[in-house]
Structures are given as structure tokens and as C-alpha cells.
Design a protein around this ligand. Structure first.
Ligand SMILES: *Cc1c(COP(=O)(O)O)cnc(C)c1O
Length: 382
């Protein structure tokens, strides 16, 4: 039997709400999107939330709303999904990579401070794999240098830092509802903020740049809205939002399921000295969107052998994520040396994301770990 890296949790509730949406004949952004946003705001203790087509779209709107310009520098961790950096490129600004801490895979606050220049405007703080970044240290640095914080909380729906939901701690939070994430709507994202001015901008950007003219009666049939801004069509669909409403209702259960799986892996892998399991520093919550282990003895060839051994038994795995500075676009554009951010590179080369999802059985977790252990002993000198 195959074990996939993830498996979304759907039941009758999604079908029921989906049918309600279709029966209503309203399928673009409407009542279900509003309900989804409202549930999301409550759960994340944040004032404004705007559903959109992806976290990538959310990050793009964040950069535009914050008025990041071509001469500005934005700091991005070197180990993350590509769009944490792409969003900076979309507005023509300069990406400045910063290395990560090997034990958390999150941005290293000391390296972050060292990368700040007079041109630095913002930091994209990634809560990678659902583990909250060290927000207290990061906020102190941001305040000192007058920088705005965009939280890339793609993996971190429901994650907390010091008891407070992430995505509502910095200036703007961006979430993903891709099938690999904590909740899913197929594709989808959310922008959150507590700043009214930013909220107004995001709302306008999402809807073609349209605003209402306060001097015109907008109920007139000939009124078409004002278009004073260059916006996008990044509206959400109510078909997806209906699924999102059903997913939000089970968020706590989904997180509990993931946590239980992570604890079980921790236990099963405790005696395996060549594997480092995920660590959560104090104050930093974890959604376990991914359970990423790191090989501590041997290099990329041995890591690849382990992944192939798992694949041969039908077990799907992936490397943790990208060392983005080594990807062609960034390497070529900025002339970055491959070993410039050694922890990010090592993390890409030595990490394995094991299958994890709320309904994963203990038996399947045992199977994954047993195959991994056998492959480790067969590859000892590699
Ligand atoms: C998944 C992910 C994204 C992109 O989310 P999409 O909704 O697929 O656009 C961005 N950043 C991180 C850290 C991610 O894991």
C-alpha cells in the first residue's frame, strides 16, 4: 500500500456546504468567502482577513500594499518555498537572503541583523513547516531598524508564538490552503493584518483596483466604480470558500491529529542517532504541516538512497524545501556563490519530509520508520 506524503481530510461537511454554494447560484467571491474570512479572523485573533487565490498572491499583494519599490531591499530566509522570494521580485525590489538555524530551519536572527542596510525596508519571516519563527528577537531587530514584517505563514494556519496566533504578529500575514498545508481549499490563500490602511489597500488590490466614489450614488445602474489604482483579479471563489468554512470548523482537530503523529515519530526515531527530528524552541508553536528530519551522518548521496528506499516501498517523501539562492533565477541574477548560505544548502541536501497527515495510522508510521532504519543500516558507509 502506498503512503502519500499528505492526505487532505474531507467528509460530508465539505459536500454539504459545496452543494449549498452551488444551489445558491453564487460561485464567485460572496457570502461563503465572507464567512470563511470571518472564521479565520476569529481563530487568528486578527482584525482583517482577505481570502485570495494562493499564498503567493497574498505575498504579492503584501509587497504592493507595503509600497515596496525597486530600490528597496527585502530580507528573505535562504531556505524556503520559492515564492517567499519571488514576491519581492514581482515588485522589482532586491532580495537579500539570510541563512537559517539548522535546528529549526527558520531564519537566524543574528544573521538577519547583520544583513540590514540603509536600503532594507522589510523582512519576510517564514514559519517554515509550521514552526513559529523567533518573533520576539525578530520584532526587536525590526523595531530598531524601522522595518516592516511580512509573515509567510503558508504552513502555519493555527500555529502560535508565545500563545498568540502567527500571521497577526507582524504587519501582514500570508497563509496557504494548498493541499499540502494544514487546511485546504484546493488552491487558496489569506492575507491578514491589524492595520486599517493596509487592509483597505489589500481589498482594493484584490478587486482590480476598484474603489467606490463617495460623491456618487453607487446603487445607480450606470455606476461602474472608480479605478484609480492598478489592481489585480485575486478574488476568491465561493466554491472554494464553502470548503474552507468546513475546513475551519475542524482546524483544531486537524492540528491535534498532526501533533499526535509528530509525537509518535519523535518516539519512534528517538533511538536513531543518525536522524535529527524537528525541534521547537520555547514559545514557538508547531502545526507540523511537514515533519522534516535531517540526516546527521553522511551526505546528499546517502540521503537520496534513503529516499529511494522509501519510494521503493511506496512511501512518498520530499526534501524539506529549496535553498532558494542556488536556484537558477537567483544564482544568475545576483551572482550568488553556491556555498553562500551553508545551513540552507545543507538543509536542502540532508532533509527528508516524512508523510504526515491527521488520519495517518500508527501502523503506517511504524512502517515508514522501519524502512528508514533498514535503509540507514544498509547505507552506513555511504
Ligand atoms: C506553500 C508555501 C508557499 C506558497 O503557497 P501557495 O498557496 O502554493 O502559493 C509560500 N511560502 C511557503 C513557506 C510555503 O510553504
Amino acid at each position: 500500500m502506498k503512503i502519500n506524503i499528505t492526505s487532505p481530510s474531507f467528509d460530508e461537511q465539505e459536500l454539504l456546504l459545496l452543494k449549498q454554494c452551488l444551489d445558491s447560484k453564487w460561485v464567485t467571491q460572496g457570502a461563503f468567502t465572507q464567512q470563511f474570512e470571518s472564521l479565520f479572523k476569529q481563530r487568528h485573533d486578527v482584525q482583517y482577513a482577505f481570502a485570495t487565490t494562493s499564498c503567493t498572491a497574498a505575498l504579492h499583494m503584501a509587497m504592493v500594499a507595503l509600497d515596496i519599490k525597486p530600490d528597496d531591499e527585502v530580507i528573505v530566509p535562504a531556505f524556503t518555498w520559492v515564492t517567499s522570494a519571488h514576491c519581492v521580485e514581482y515588485v522589482g525590489a532586491k532580495v537579500v537572503f539570510v541563512d537559517i538555524e539548522p535546528d529549526t530551519f527558520n531564519i537566524d536572527p543574528a544573521a538577519l541583523e547583520a544583513a540590514i542596510t540603509p536600503k532594507t525596508k522589510a523582512i519576510v519571516v517564514v514559519h517554515l513547516f509550521g514552526l513559529a519563527a523567533k518573533m520576539q528577537e525578530i520584532i526587536e531587530i525590526a523595531r530598531k531598524h524601522n522595518l516592516v514584517i511580512v509573515e509567510d505563514a503558508a504552513c502555519a494556519t493555527g500555529t502560535t508564538y508565545n500563545g498568540k496566533p502567527v500571521g497577526a504578529i507582524g504587519d501582514i500575514g500570508c497563509f496557504s490552503f494548498h493541499p499540502r498545508k494544514v487546511i485546504t481549499t484546493g488552491e487558496g490563500g489569506m492575507v491578514t493584518t491589524n492595520n486599517l490602511k493596509l487592509a483597505e489597500r489589500i481589498k482594493i488590490l484584490r478587486n482590480h483596483g476598484a474603489t467606490a466614489n463617495p460623491n456618487i450614488d453607487t446603487s445607480k445602474p450606470y455606476y461602474m466604480g472608480n479605478f484609480d489604482h492598478l489592481g489585480f483579479n485575486l478574488r476568491f471563489s465561493d466554491i472554494q470558500a464553502a470548503i474552507g468554512v468546513a475546513q475551519m470548523a475542524k482546524l483544531d482537530g486537524l492540528l491535534a491529529g498532526r501533533l499526535a503523529c509528530a509525537k509518535q515519530y519523535d518516539l519512534l526515531l528517538k533511538s536513531v542517532s543518525e536522524i535529527a527530528t524537528p525541534k521547537s524552541p520555547s514559545l514557538c508553536g508547531h502545526s507540523y504541516q511537514s515533519y522534516v528530519i535531517r540526516l546527521s551522518e553522511g551526505g546528499i548521496d546517502r540521503r537520496n538512497l534513503l529516499m529511494e528506499a522509501l519510494a521503493n516501498e511506496g512511501i512518498q517523501t520530499r526534501p524539506g524545501t529549496h535553498a532558494v539562492h542556488r536556484l537558477g533565477y537567483y544564482k544568475n541574477k545576483y551572482g550568488i556563490e553556491p556555498n553562500a548560505y551553508p545551513q540552507a544548502s545543507k538543509s536542502e541536501d540532508l532533509s527528508i519530509t516524512l508523510p504526515i497527515f491527521p488520519d495517518m495510522t500508527e501502523a503506517d508510521q511504524h512502517k515508514v520508520v522501519n524502512i528508514l532504519k533498514t535503509a540507514l543500516s544498509c547505507s552506513e558507509n555511504k
